[in-house]
Design a protein around this ligand. Structure first.
Ligand code: AMP
Length: 195
């Protein structure tokens, strides 16, 4: 099962990708997590992307494409994966198609979580507060100002990715404003056709 999960920041992509990956026994490949790990480890990659991420801008395409292409070749991804947070530009989507074609594989489906933008800002504030309450680290880019930049990047660069996949007949849209469990069930139902 090879999937892409799309949706604006704060739509619940990470949560749903974790659940879907578990259910279909494939790894969740989150570019945000991979890049945050690189920053935390102090690697050269981390140093290159740290400021960009803190501003809420997108990391250059060639950087994330290389990260994903490398990660797809790990043995745990041999039977599939859930891509979470990638592709975020049409150039990334095209590069992904090339990387998959070079390996003789393709995507089964692209799932998009549709969420009203006004709700997103409320969610992002809640996410920061909740993490703070639990004593968990609050993401530096989970604050209203940076969030607006992330949303702007989404509108300008990532929204066209939806059309890219629609034209390939791969797109399935699920209402991301429903409860977490209902969203998971609706995603799983779409995917049952491919399992
Ligand atoms: P996320 O956890 O998916 O919200 O990603 C957090 C941040 O990592 C984003 O705001 C970007 O700065 C960077 N990032 C993650 N995935 C990508 C991607 N596919 N392309 C460019 N930048 C990315």
């Amino acid at each position: 099962m090879r999937l892409v999960l799309l949706g604006p920041p704060g739509a619940g992509k990470g949560t749903q990708a974790t659940r879907i990956a578990k259910r279909f026994a494939v790894p969740q490949l989150s570019t945000g997590d991979m890049l945050r790990e690189a920053v935390a480890s102090g690697s050269a990659l981390g140093a290159r992307v740290k400021d960009i991420m803190e501003r809420g801008d997108l990391v250059p395409d060639d950087v994330v494409i290389a990260v994903v292409a490398d990660r797809m070749d790990h043995s745990d991804a041999a039977n599939g994966f859930v891509l979470d947070g990638f592709p975020r530009t049409v150039a990334q989507a095209e590069a992904l198609d090339r990387e998959l074609a070079a390996r003789g594989i393709g995507l089964n489906a692209v799932l998009e979580l549709e969420v009203d933008e006004h709700v997103l800002l409320v969610r992002i504030k809640g996410r920061a507060e909740e993490a703070g309450k639990k004593g968990q680290p609050v993401r530096r880019d989970d604050n209203p100002e940076v969030f607006k930049t992330r949303l702007k990047a989404y509108r300008a660069l990532t929204a066209p990715v939806t059309e890219y996949y629609r034209s390939q007949g791969l797109l399935h849209i699920v209402d991301g404003l429903q409860s977490i469990d209902v969203v998971t069930e609706e995603l799983a139902e779409v995917l049952s056709a491919f399992a």
